[in-house]
Write a protein that binds this ligand. Structure first.
Ligand code: FAD
Length: 432
Protein backbone atom coordinates (compact mmCIF):
# COMPACT_ATOMS: atom_id res chain seq x y z
CA UNK A 1 0.00 0.00 0.00
CA UNK A 2 2.38 2.58 -1.25
CA UNK A 3 1.23 5.79 -2.84
CA UNK A 4 2.59 5.49 -6.31
CA UNK A 5 2.46 8.04 -9.06
CA UNK A 6 0.54 6.94 -12.13
CA UNK A 7 2.84 5.59 -14.79
CA UNK A 8 5.15 3.73 -12.45
CA UNK A 9 6.18 0.34 -13.77
CA UNK A 10 3.97 -2.72 -13.50
CA UNK A 11 5.25 -5.43 -11.21
CA UNK A 12 7.27 -8.06 -13.00
CA UNK A 13 7.41 -11.74 -12.14
CA UNK A 14 11.02 -11.24 -11.08
CA UNK A 15 10.02 -8.56 -8.56
CA UNK A 16 7.25 -10.75 -7.19
CA UNK A 17 9.73 -13.56 -6.61
CA UNK A 18 12.17 -11.13 -4.94
CA UNK A 19 9.42 -10.22 -2.48
CA UNK A 20 8.81 -13.87 -1.75
CA UNK A 21 12.51 -14.47 -1.20
CA UNK A 22 12.80 -11.55 1.23
CA UNK A 23 9.96 -12.87 3.36
CA UNK A 24 11.17 -16.47 3.33
CA UNK A 25 14.68 -15.36 4.29
CA UNK A 26 13.26 -13.69 7.39
CA UNK A 27 10.90 -16.48 8.25
CA UNK A 28 13.47 -19.24 8.36
CA UNK A 29 16.89 -18.15 9.63
CA UNK A 30 19.29 -20.89 10.62
CA UNK A 31 19.37 -19.69 14.23
CA UNK A 32 16.47 -22.04 14.98
CA UNK A 33 18.99 -24.68 15.94
CA UNK A 34 20.62 -22.65 18.70
CA UNK A 35 19.62 -22.56 22.35
CA UNK A 36 18.01 -19.47 23.87
CA UNK A 37 18.36 -18.31 27.43
CA UNK A 38 15.15 -18.39 29.49
CA UNK A 39 14.17 -14.81 28.79
CA UNK A 40 10.61 -13.49 28.95
CA UNK A 41 9.31 -11.51 25.97
CA UNK A 42 5.90 -9.89 26.33
CA UNK A 43 4.00 -8.91 23.20
CA UNK A 44 1.08 -6.48 23.46
CA UNK A 45 -1.59 -6.82 20.75
CA UNK A 46 -2.69 -10.00 18.98
CA UNK A 47 -3.35 -8.42 15.57
CA UNK A 48 -1.21 -8.63 12.44
CA UNK A 49 2.05 -7.41 13.95
CA UNK A 50 1.88 -8.75 17.50
CA UNK A 51 0.54 -12.25 16.87
CA UNK A 52 3.16 -12.69 14.13
CA UNK A 53 6.01 -11.56 16.39
CA UNK A 54 4.85 -13.88 19.20
CA UNK A 55 4.39 -16.94 16.97
CA UNK A 56 7.67 -16.56 15.10
CA UNK A 57 9.73 -15.75 18.18
CA UNK A 58 8.51 -18.92 19.87
CA UNK A 59 9.24 -20.87 16.70
CA UNK A 60 12.77 -19.46 16.28
CA UNK A 61 13.73 -19.55 19.97
CA UNK A 62 11.62 -22.25 21.67
CA UNK A 63 13.21 -21.79 25.10
CA UNK A 64 12.24 -18.11 25.27
CA UNK A 65 9.04 -17.59 27.25
CA UNK A 66 6.62 -15.63 25.05
CA UNK A 67 3.45 -14.03 26.44
CA UNK A 68 0.90 -12.41 24.15
CA UNK A 69 -1.50 -9.90 25.75
CA UNK A 70 -4.70 -9.31 23.76
CA UNK A 71 -8.15 -8.49 25.17
CA UNK A 72 -10.21 -10.05 22.36
CA UNK A 73 -10.77 -13.80 22.28
CA UNK A 74 -11.57 -13.51 18.58
CA UNK A 75 -9.74 -11.05 16.36
CA UNK A 76 -11.73 -9.59 13.42
CA UNK A 77 -9.55 -8.33 10.60
CA UNK A 78 -9.86 -4.97 8.90
CA UNK A 79 -8.55 -6.57 5.69
CA UNK A 80 -11.60 -7.88 3.85
CA UNK A 81 -14.00 -5.97 6.14
CA UNK A 82 -14.82 -3.83 3.08
CA UNK A 83 -15.86 -7.05 1.35
CA UNK A 84 -18.17 -7.74 4.29
CA UNK A 85 -19.78 -4.32 3.70
CA UNK A 86 -20.25 -5.29 0.05
CA UNK A 87 -21.93 -8.55 1.00
CA UNK A 88 -19.06 -10.56 -0.51
CA UNK A 89 -17.83 -12.04 2.82
CA UNK A 90 -19.61 -13.17 5.96
CA UNK A 91 -18.78 -11.51 9.25
CA UNK A 92 -17.50 -14.73 10.78
CA UNK A 93 -15.09 -15.29 7.88
CA UNK A 94 -13.11 -12.32 9.26
CA UNK A 95 -12.69 -13.89 12.73
CA UNK A 96 -9.56 -15.61 13.99
CA UNK A 97 -8.93 -17.21 17.38
CA UNK A 98 -5.76 -17.78 19.37
CA UNK A 99 -5.75 -21.55 19.92
CA UNK A 100 -3.18 -21.98 17.16
CA UNK A 101 -0.79 -19.63 18.94
CA UNK A 102 -1.35 -21.54 22.20
CA UNK A 103 -0.58 -24.81 20.40
CA UNK A 104 2.63 -23.18 19.14
CA UNK A 105 3.69 -22.58 22.75
CA UNK A 106 2.74 -18.92 23.14
CA UNK A 107 1.17 -18.03 26.49
CA UNK A 108 -1.92 -16.03 25.43
CA UNK A 109 -3.44 -13.78 28.10
CA UNK A 110 -6.78 -12.15 27.36
CA UNK A 111 -6.43 -8.80 29.09
CA UNK A 112 -5.67 -5.20 28.22
CA UNK A 113 -2.22 -3.75 28.95
CA UNK A 114 -3.00 -0.64 30.98
CA UNK A 115 0.43 0.73 31.79
CA UNK A 116 4.14 0.20 31.25
CA UNK A 117 6.88 0.88 33.77
CA UNK A 118 9.90 1.15 31.51
CA UNK A 119 12.47 1.47 34.32
CA UNK A 120 11.17 -1.60 36.20
CA UNK A 121 10.31 -3.47 32.99
CA UNK A 122 6.80 -4.31 34.08
CA UNK A 123 3.44 -4.21 32.40
CA UNK A 124 0.20 -3.70 34.33
CA UNK A 125 -2.79 -5.60 32.96
CA UNK A 126 -6.51 -4.83 33.28
CA UNK A 127 -6.79 -8.01 35.37
CA UNK A 128 -4.52 -6.39 37.96
CA UNK A 129 -1.72 -8.82 37.10
CA UNK A 130 1.79 -7.46 36.55
CA UNK A 131 4.10 -8.99 33.97
CA UNK A 132 7.86 -8.58 34.09
CA UNK A 133 9.55 -8.53 30.71
CA UNK A 134 13.09 -8.75 29.43
CA UNK A 135 11.99 -7.45 26.03
CA UNK A 136 8.67 -5.84 25.19
CA UNK A 137 7.01 -5.80 21.76
CA UNK A 138 4.18 -3.30 21.35
CA UNK A 139 1.74 -3.83 18.48
CA UNK A 140 -1.42 -2.02 19.58
CA UNK A 141 -2.40 -0.71 16.16
CA UNK A 142 -4.11 2.67 15.99
CA UNK A 143 -6.26 4.91 18.12
CA UNK A 144 -8.50 7.57 16.62
CA UNK A 145 -7.82 11.26 17.18
CA UNK A 146 -11.16 12.23 18.64
CA UNK A 147 -12.07 15.88 18.03
CA UNK A 148 -9.34 16.36 15.42
CA UNK A 149 -12.42 17.02 13.28
CA UNK A 150 -14.60 19.32 15.34
CA UNK A 151 -17.65 17.45 16.63
CA UNK A 152 -16.30 13.97 15.95
CA UNK A 153 -15.79 12.30 19.32
CA UNK A 154 -16.38 8.84 20.70
CA UNK A 155 -20.10 9.51 21.27
CA UNK A 156 -20.51 10.79 17.69
CA UNK A 157 -19.10 7.49 16.39
CA UNK A 158 -22.20 5.69 17.73
CA UNK A 159 -24.22 7.52 15.07
CA UNK A 160 -21.52 8.21 12.49
CA UNK A 161 -19.28 5.13 12.32
CA UNK A 162 -15.63 5.23 11.34
CA UNK A 163 -15.45 1.43 10.93
CA UNK A 164 -11.65 1.79 10.88
CA UNK A 165 -11.20 -0.87 13.57
CA UNK A 166 -13.04 -4.05 12.65
CA UNK A 167 -15.85 -4.89 15.06
CA UNK A 168 -19.10 -3.31 16.18
CA UNK A 169 -18.35 -0.21 14.09
CA UNK A 170 -18.12 -2.22 10.88
CA UNK A 171 -21.43 -3.94 11.59
CA UNK A 172 -23.09 -0.61 12.42
CA UNK A 173 -22.00 0.82 9.07
CA UNK A 174 -23.38 -2.19 7.22
CA UNK A 175 -26.74 -1.89 9.07
CA UNK A 176 -26.91 1.80 8.12
CA UNK A 177 -26.27 0.91 4.46
CA UNK A 178 -29.07 -1.66 4.62
CA UNK A 179 -31.47 0.88 6.17
CA UNK A 180 -30.62 3.64 3.68
CA UNK A 181 -33.32 4.36 1.08
CA UNK A 182 -32.49 3.87 -2.61
CA UNK A 183 -31.34 7.23 -3.96
CA UNK A 184 -29.57 8.15 -0.70
CA UNK A 185 -26.16 9.79 -0.41
CA UNK A 186 -23.31 7.92 1.31
CA UNK A 187 -20.55 10.33 2.34
CA UNK A 188 -17.09 9.21 3.44
CA UNK A 189 -14.49 11.62 4.80
CA UNK A 190 -10.84 10.60 4.35
CA UNK A 191 -7.86 11.93 6.34
CA UNK A 192 -4.46 13.13 5.24
CA UNK A 193 -1.45 10.78 5.44
CA UNK A 194 -0.26 8.91 7.39
CA UNK A 195 -3.17 6.68 8.34
CA UNK A 196 -4.04 2.98 8.54
CA UNK A 197 -4.31 1.36 5.10
CA UNK A 198 -3.72 4.06 2.46
CA UNK A 199 -5.89 2.37 -0.22
CA UNK A 200 -8.57 1.23 2.29
CA UNK A 201 -11.04 4.14 1.86
CA UNK A 202 -10.99 3.83 -1.91
CA UNK A 203 -11.54 0.08 -1.80
CA UNK A 204 -14.39 0.76 0.64
CA UNK A 205 -15.97 3.21 -1.82
CA UNK A 206 -15.91 0.48 -4.47
CA UNK A 207 -17.35 -2.14 -2.13
CA UNK A 208 -20.16 0.18 -0.99
CA UNK A 209 -20.86 0.90 -4.67
CA UNK A 210 -21.02 -2.82 -5.36
CA UNK A 211 -23.65 -3.19 -2.63
CA UNK A 212 -25.64 -0.19 -3.91
CA UNK A 213 -25.49 -1.45 -7.49
CA UNK A 214 -27.19 -4.67 -6.35
CA UNK A 215 -29.69 -3.21 -3.89
CA UNK A 216 -30.04 0.60 -4.22
CA UNK A 217 -28.87 1.54 -7.72
CA UNK A 218 -30.02 5.19 -7.60
CA UNK A 219 -27.72 5.95 -4.64
CA UNK A 220 -24.55 8.06 -4.78
CA UNK A 221 -21.23 8.04 -2.96
CA UNK A 222 -19.34 11.24 -2.21
CA UNK A 223 -15.72 11.02 -1.03
CA UNK A 224 -14.38 14.11 0.74
CA UNK A 225 -10.62 13.77 0.91
CA UNK A 226 -8.07 15.90 2.82
CA UNK A 227 -5.42 15.23 0.16
CA UNK A 228 -4.99 15.40 -3.57
CA UNK A 229 -3.22 12.12 -4.26
CA UNK A 230 -3.84 8.67 -2.95
CA UNK A 231 -2.60 5.12 -3.31
CA UNK A 232 -3.35 3.54 -6.73
CA UNK A 233 -5.38 6.65 -7.65
CA UNK A 234 -5.39 6.20 -11.42
CA UNK A 235 -6.35 2.54 -11.06
CA UNK A 236 -9.17 3.32 -8.64
CA UNK A 237 -10.57 6.12 -10.80
CA UNK A 238 -10.49 3.82 -13.82
CA UNK A 239 -12.07 0.88 -11.97
CA UNK A 240 -14.82 2.95 -10.33
CA UNK A 241 -15.82 4.33 -13.70
CA UNK A 242 -15.72 0.94 -15.43
CA UNK A 243 -17.85 -0.81 -12.82
CA UNK A 244 -20.02 1.91 -11.29
CA UNK A 245 -20.26 4.71 -13.87
CA UNK A 246 -20.81 8.02 -12.09
CA UNK A 247 -21.95 6.55 -8.76
CA UNK A 248 -18.71 7.53 -6.96
CA UNK A 249 -17.63 11.18 -6.85
CA UNK A 250 -14.25 12.03 -5.34
CA UNK A 251 -13.39 15.56 -4.16
CA UNK A 252 -9.77 16.09 -3.13
CA UNK A 253 -8.09 18.95 -1.32
CA UNK A 254 -8.17 21.14 -4.42
CA UNK A 255 -11.92 20.54 -4.86
CA UNK A 256 -12.69 21.65 -1.28
CA UNK A 257 -12.72 18.06 -0.03
CA UNK A 258 -11.06 18.66 3.33
CA UNK A 259 -13.61 18.33 6.13
CA UNK A 260 -13.20 20.42 9.29
CA UNK A 261 -16.46 19.82 11.21
CA UNK A 262 -18.92 17.00 11.73
CA UNK A 263 -22.51 17.37 12.92
CA UNK A 264 -23.33 13.81 13.92
CA UNK A 265 -26.95 14.58 14.81
CA UNK A 266 -27.73 16.19 11.44
CA UNK A 267 -25.44 13.79 9.49
CA UNK A 268 -23.73 16.86 8.04
CA UNK A 269 -20.13 17.80 7.41
CA UNK A 270 -18.54 21.17 6.73
CA UNK A 271 -15.33 21.63 4.78
CA UNK A 272 -12.51 24.03 5.70
CA UNK A 273 -13.91 26.46 3.12
CA UNK A 274 -17.42 26.25 4.55
CA UNK A 275 -19.23 23.98 2.06
CA UNK A 276 -21.84 21.84 3.78
CA UNK A 277 -22.91 18.32 2.76
CA UNK A 278 -25.77 16.32 4.21
CA UNK A 279 -25.58 12.53 4.10
CA UNK A 280 -28.04 9.67 4.35
CA UNK A 281 -25.17 7.56 5.72
CA UNK A 282 -22.04 9.28 7.00
CA UNK A 283 -18.74 7.40 7.38
CA UNK A 284 -16.03 9.54 8.97
CA UNK A 285 -12.49 8.16 8.90
CA UNK A 286 -10.73 10.52 11.30
CA UNK A 287 -7.00 11.22 11.68
CA UNK A 288 -5.20 8.59 13.76
CA UNK A 289 -2.29 7.96 16.11
CA UNK A 290 -0.49 5.02 17.73
CA UNK A 291 -2.53 2.92 20.19
CA UNK A 292 -2.71 4.33 23.71
CA UNK A 293 -0.29 1.89 25.34
CA UNK A 294 2.53 3.23 23.13
CA UNK A 295 1.86 6.71 24.51
CA UNK A 296 1.80 5.29 28.06
CA UNK A 297 5.19 3.70 27.40
CA UNK A 298 6.53 7.12 26.41
CA UNK A 299 7.78 5.98 23.02
CA UNK A 300 5.65 8.21 20.75
CA UNK A 301 6.82 11.58 19.48
CA UNK A 302 4.96 14.78 18.59
CA UNK A 303 3.49 13.14 15.46
CA UNK A 304 1.58 10.66 17.64
CA UNK A 305 3.43 7.68 16.11
CA UNK A 306 6.47 5.74 17.35
CA UNK A 307 9.76 6.48 15.59
CA UNK A 308 11.72 3.22 15.29
CA UNK A 309 15.19 2.09 14.28
CA UNK A 310 15.15 0.72 10.76
CA UNK A 311 17.21 -2.37 11.52
CA UNK A 312 15.04 -3.85 14.31
CA UNK A 313 11.96 -1.67 14.97
CA UNK A 314 13.28 -0.81 18.42
CA UNK A 315 11.67 2.40 19.69
CA UNK A 316 14.10 5.27 19.33
CA UNK A 317 13.13 6.53 22.76
CA UNK A 318 13.48 3.30 24.81
CA UNK A 319 15.83 0.37 24.48
CA UNK A 320 14.35 -3.12 24.83
CA UNK A 321 10.95 -2.00 23.47
CA UNK A 322 10.17 -2.89 19.87
CA UNK A 323 7.11 -1.44 18.14
CA UNK A 324 5.66 -3.08 15.03
CA UNK A 325 2.65 -2.48 12.84
CA UNK A 326 0.54 0.62 12.46
CA UNK A 327 1.73 2.21 15.72
CA UNK A 328 5.25 2.57 14.35
CA UNK A 329 6.46 5.18 11.93
CA UNK A 330 8.55 3.27 9.40
CA UNK A 331 9.33 5.86 6.72
CA UNK A 332 7.93 4.79 3.37
CA UNK A 333 6.47 1.51 4.65
CA UNK A 334 2.69 1.83 4.69
CA UNK A 335 0.47 0.96 7.62
CA UNK A 336 -0.78 -2.38 6.35
CA UNK A 337 -1.44 -5.85 7.69
CA UNK A 338 1.12 -7.22 5.23
CA UNK A 339 3.74 -4.76 6.50
CA UNK A 340 2.89 -5.47 10.16
CA UNK A 341 3.29 -9.21 9.56
CA UNK A 342 6.62 -8.60 7.86
CA UNK A 343 7.87 -6.36 10.67
CA UNK A 344 6.70 -8.92 13.26
CA UNK A 345 8.84 -11.59 11.58
CA UNK A 346 11.89 -9.35 11.46
CA UNK A 347 11.58 -8.43 15.13
CA UNK A 348 11.09 -12.11 16.06
CA UNK A 349 14.25 -13.07 14.16
CA UNK A 350 16.15 -10.14 15.63
CA UNK A 351 15.11 -10.89 19.23
CA UNK A 352 15.78 -14.61 18.82
CA UNK A 353 19.30 -13.81 17.63
CA UNK A 354 19.88 -11.24 20.35
CA UNK A 355 18.68 -13.49 23.16
CA UNK A 356 20.79 -16.39 21.89
CA UNK A 357 23.89 -14.26 21.37
CA UNK A 358 23.91 -14.79 17.62
CA UNK A 359 24.55 -12.28 14.82
CA UNK A 360 21.56 -10.09 14.00
CA UNK A 361 19.66 -10.78 10.77
CA UNK A 362 19.85 -8.24 7.99
CA UNK A 363 16.71 -6.12 7.84
CA UNK A 364 14.70 -6.47 4.66
CA UNK A 365 11.00 -5.71 4.41
CA UNK A 366 8.26 -6.03 1.85
CA UNK A 367 4.66 -5.02 1.34
CA UNK A 368 1.97 -5.97 -1.13
CA UNK A 369 -1.50 -4.55 -1.02
CA UNK A 370 -4.41 -5.95 -3.01
CA UNK A 371 -7.62 -3.97 -3.37
CA UNK A 372 -10.88 -5.27 -4.76
CA UNK A 373 -12.89 -2.91 -6.96
CA UNK A 374 -15.57 -5.47 -7.80
CA UNK A 375 -15.92 -9.25 -8.02
CA UNK A 376 -13.19 -10.44 -10.39
CA UNK A 377 -11.59 -6.98 -10.53
CA UNK A 378 -8.47 -6.66 -8.35
CA UNK A 379 -5.48 -4.30 -8.34
CA UNK A 380 -2.27 -4.29 -6.32
CA UNK A 381 0.85 -2.39 -5.38
CA UNK A 382 4.06 -3.77 -3.87
CA UNK A 383 7.35 -2.44 -2.55
CA UNK A 384 10.58 -3.64 -0.93
CA UNK A 385 12.41 -1.77 1.84
CA UNK A 386 15.64 -2.03 3.79
CA UNK A 387 17.39 -0.37 6.70
CA UNK A 388 19.88 2.37 5.96
CA UNK A 389 21.55 4.64 8.54
CA UNK A 390 18.94 3.68 11.14
CA UNK A 391 15.92 4.29 8.94
CA UNK A 392 13.64 2.26 6.71
CA UNK A 393 14.12 3.28 3.09
CA UNK A 394 12.74 2.18 -0.28
CA UNK A 395 14.83 -0.26 -2.28
CA UNK A 396 15.21 1.69 -5.54
CA UNK A 397 13.01 0.50 -8.42
CA UNK A 398 11.28 -2.09 -6.23
CA UNK A 399 7.76 -0.64 -6.50
CA UNK A 400 5.39 -2.65 -8.63
CA UNK A 401 1.85 -1.59 -9.44
CA UNK A 402 -0.86 -3.16 -11.60
CA UNK A 403 -0.81 -1.78 -15.13
CA UNK A 404 -3.55 0.67 -16.13
CA UNK A 405 -4.17 -1.08 -19.42
CA UNK A 406 -4.62 -4.61 -18.03
CA UNK A 407 -7.28 -6.87 -19.53
CA UNK A 408 -10.11 -8.62 -17.69
CA UNK A 409 -8.09 -11.81 -17.17
CA UNK A 410 -5.33 -9.83 -15.42
CA UNK A 411 -7.81 -8.07 -13.11
CA UNK A 412 -9.48 -11.38 -12.36
CA UNK A 413 -6.14 -12.99 -11.51
CA UNK A 414 -5.35 -10.13 -9.10
CA UNK A 415 -8.73 -10.55 -7.41
CA UNK A 416 -7.86 -14.23 -6.89
CA UNK A 417 -4.35 -13.39 -5.64
CA UNK A 418 -5.93 -11.05 -3.10
CA UNK A 419 -8.20 -13.79 -1.77
CA UNK A 420 -5.24 -16.21 -1.60
CA UNK A 421 -3.20 -13.60 0.23
CA UNK A 422 -5.92 -13.26 2.88
CA UNK A 423 -6.15 -17.04 3.37
CA UNK A 424 -2.35 -17.39 3.50
CA UNK A 425 -1.69 -14.58 5.96
CA UNK A 426 -4.54 -15.71 8.23
CA UNK A 427 -2.99 -19.16 8.35
CA UNK A 428 0.51 -17.75 8.80
CA UNK A 429 -0.58 -15.75 11.84
CA UNK A 430 -3.56 -17.38 13.61
CA UNK A 431 -5.19 -20.30 11.83
CA UNK A 432 -2.78 -23.23 12.21
P1 FAD B 1 -4.02 -4.54 14.61
O1 FAD B 1 -4.04 -5.61 13.61
O2 FAD B 1 -5.16 -3.59 14.68
O3 FAD B 1 -3.86 -5.22 16.02
C1 FAD B 1 -3.76 -4.45 17.18
C2 FAD B 1 -4.22 -5.33 18.34
O4 FAD B 1 -3.74 -4.75 19.55
C3 FAD B 1 -5.74 -5.40 18.47
O5 FAD B 1 -6.14 -6.75 18.50
C4 FAD B 1 -6.03 -4.72 19.80
O6 FAD B 1 -7.11 -5.34 20.52
C5 FAD B 1 -4.72 -4.91 20.53
N1 FAD B 1 -4.47 -3.90 21.56
C6 FAD B 1 -4.51 -2.54 21.44
N2 FAD B 1 -4.21 -1.96 22.61
C7 FAD B 1 -3.93 -2.98 23.48
C8 FAD B 1 -3.57 -2.99 24.85
N3 FAD B 1 -3.41 -1.88 25.54
N4 FAD B 1 -3.39 -4.19 25.43
C9 FAD B 1 -3.55 -5.36 24.73
N5 FAD B 1 -3.90 -5.38 23.43
C10 FAD B 1 -4.09 -4.19 22.81
N6 FAD B 1 -3.90 -4.25 5.32
C11 FAD B 1 -3.47 -5.11 4.36
O7 FAD B 1 -2.30 -5.51 4.39
N7 FAD B 1 -4.28 -5.50 3.37
C12 FAD B 1 -5.57 -5.12 3.28
O8 FAD B 1 -6.29 -5.53 2.35
C13 FAD B 1 -6.06 -4.22 4.26
N8 FAD B 1 -7.33 -3.79 4.23
C14 FAD B 1 -7.80 -2.93 5.18
C15 FAD B 1 -9.10 -2.47 5.10
C16 FAD B 1 -9.59 -1.58 6.03
C17 FAD B 1 -11.01 -1.09 5.95
C18 FAD B 1 -8.75 -1.14 7.09
C19 FAD B 1 -9.27 -0.20 8.13
C20 FAD B 1 -7.44 -1.60 7.19
C21 FAD B 1 -6.95 -2.50 6.23
N9 FAD B 1 -5.63 -2.95 6.28
C22 FAD B 1 -5.16 -3.79 5.30
C23 FAD B 1 -4.68 -2.44 7.31
C24 FAD B 1 -4.52 -3.42 8.47
O9 FAD B 1 -5.77 -3.67 9.08
C25 FAD B 1 -3.59 -2.83 9.54
O10 FAD B 1 -2.49 -2.24 8.92
C26 FAD B 1 -3.12 -3.93 10.49
O11 FAD B 1 -4.24 -4.42 11.20
C27 FAD B 1 -2.05 -3.40 11.43
O12 FAD B 1 -1.65 -4.41 12.30
P2 FAD B 1 -1.30 -4.05 13.82
O13 FAD B 1 -0.82 -5.31 14.43
O14 FAD B 1 -0.49 -2.83 13.89
O15 FAD B 1 -2.72 -3.64 14.45
Amino acid sequence: MVCVAPGEPAMTTRRRSMLGAAVVALAAPSIVRAQAAAAHVVVVGGGFGGATAARYLKQLAPTVQVTLVEPAERFYTCPFSNLYLAGLRTWESLAHGFDGLRRAGVNVVHARAEDVDVARRTLVLSSGEQLRWDRLVLAPGIDLRWNALEGYDEAAADRVPHAWKAGAQTRLLRRQMEAMPDGGLFIMTIPDNPFRCPPGPYERAAMVAHYFKQHKPRSKILLLDAKQNFSKKALFLQGWKALYGSMIEWQGLAQDGQVARVDAKALEVETVFGSRHKASVLNVIPPQKAGLIAHRAGVTDATGWVPVKGENFEARQASGIHVVGDASFAGPMPKSGFAANNQGKLVAAWLAAELMGLPSPEASYANTCYSLIGPGYGISVAGVYRAEAGRVVDVPHSVGISPLDADAAFRDAEARYGASWYAAISRDIWDR
